[in-house]
Design a protein. Structure first.
Length: 436
């Protein structure tokens, strides 16, 4: 029954529906065991083993559980009591317990949590922290250190922004003598690279008023924290942009990339794709994705010259003066990456066909570091150890996050030998010695 859920086209790709039906299936079997088998331990064990086999058969189960919790913490807990909220989260933890490789779930959960925090979409910080406390109770403090660190960063950022707004750096006078803060207000969230799932993406070219605001903040921050480094992550930002149409003023909630593109139309009504590319320096795929999101039939802020679904190499874009909306504030949703170009759509389908079971690269890299750190920690204490005993101890210490395979551990051991952390015993190659 569970495998049918995962393979069903209308359910397997929808995390919320999938998890709701999986939990209903779990409840159904629990009732059968309680009423028909009188809570027989052997039957309970078989049910546990069956669910463990299923949820560990495909990494989509970990992804769907993270997506289900994300939906709960965004909008699924409004209007219900604290006890009901706790019951829903506790049921999610029941499924979480079945995962043997909990770091895959952590990777998905961390990415979704970062999006909630940066977009301000958390319904309640207390409920978020309650969920993290449940994960900590299951896996220990090391499992949730980075998740808790993300909340610390957000709270520190709020304090720093309050200090910045009270400082002389916040007041800037432009060449005409007018206060620029009325037209450009900056909110900065400072993210520690050790806590957040960040991609090394170079910043795009920001409009001059915003660059001035960023310079103000940098001067303020470096004055208080000498020796630190700031890198602007423009691909994660958002902006409330005031746009004037013949039908009236509208406040557009857009991404930073879209803000940079739209500001160019203050100079002229029509712009070529090449001009936008050179003026903004936004990565090609993201530039096309954010442009297409501004040209959708439902929300046509820009008009695209070509008639097809995708952007052509010589396309032209025109500011739509005929844009009409009954809303004063409009959020511009981003289309998915697979809708940007035919090649991307095919790639997404191929990935789905594979079952989405590939290990995320960030998880694989972290596993390498964790195994090597565990080996060094063990050997530093033991000094000398056999291969069999060392592998068994590494598996034991890391089992709360994932179960490393012996070949994977052996490969990391070879790497540590090459880097002269360990050496093999001259008389017995199965014995490792720690090199201080």
């Amino acid at each position: 029954c569970a495998f049918e859920l995962l393979n069903a086209e209308n359910i397997g790709n929808d995390p919320v529906t999938f998890l709701k039906q999986l939990l209903e299936l779990k409840d159904k079997f629990d009732v059968i065991i309680t009423e028909s088998f009188r809570s027989e331990k052997k039957v309970q064990k078989k049910l546990k083993e069956a669910f463990e086999e299923f949820v560990n058969s495909n990494s989509r189960c970990a992804s769907h559980l993270a997506g289900y919790i994300d939906d709960l913490l965004r909008n699924g807990i409004q209007g219900i009591s604290e006890d009901e909220i706790d019951a829903k989260l506790e049921k999610a933890i029941v499924i979480f317990r079945y995962f043997s490789d909990k770091d895959i779930f952590e990777n998905y959960y961390k990415n979704l949590l970062s999006k909630r925090l940066l977009a301000g979409k958390t319904v309640s910080d207390e409920i978020e922290k309650s969920m993290i406390a449940k994960l900590k109770a299951e896996c220990g403090y090391q499992f949730t250190t980075k998740l808790e660190g993300m909340f610390v960063d957000v709270n520190i950022s709020k304090t720093v922004m309050e200090q910045f707004k009270k400082s002389p750096y916040h007041i800037s006078i432009n060449s005409s003598g007018r206060n620029t803060n009325e037209s450009c207000e900056l909110e900065v969230t400072m993210l520690s690279t050790s806590n957040w799932p960040l991609l090394a993406t170079p910043p795009c070219n920001l409009p001059l008023p915003l660059m001035a605001c960023c310079k103000q903040f940098q001067d303020f921050y470096f004055d208080k924290h000498n020796g630190r480094k700031l890198t602007w992550l423009t691909h994660l930002g958002s902006c409330d942009l005031m746009a004037i149409f013949p039908s009236g003023r509208k406040e557009l909630n857009v991404s930073t990339y879209q803000m940079c593109m739209l500001m160019l139309f203050n100079q002229r009504d029509s712009l070529s794709l090449e001009f936008i590319r050179q003026a903004t320096d936004i990565p090609e795929v993201e530039m096309r994705r954010h442009l297409l999101s501004l040209c959708t039939p439902k929300l046509k802020i820009l008009k695209k010259a070509s008639k097809g679904k995708y952007i052509e190499a010589d396309d032209m874009f025109t500011f739509n003066v005929e844009f009409i909306s009954k809303y004063k504030r409009i959020k511009v949703p981003l289309i998915s990456a697979k809708e940007v170009a035919p090649d991307n759509a095919d790639g997404a389908q191929d990935s789905a066909a594979l079952g989405g079971s590939d290990l995320p690269s960030s998880v694989e890299e972290e596993r390498r570091h964790l195994v090597e750190a565990a080996v060094v920690r063990i050997m530093k204490a033991r000094k000398t150890m056999s291969h069999h005993d060392l592998v068994a101890e590494v598996v034991r210490q890391l089992s709360f996050r994932f179960t490393p395979s012996p070949p994977f551990i052996k490969k990391r051991l070879e790497g540590l030998i090459e880097r002269e952390y360990l050496e093999r015993d001259k008389d017995d190659a199965r014995i490792y010695k720690y090199l201080a």
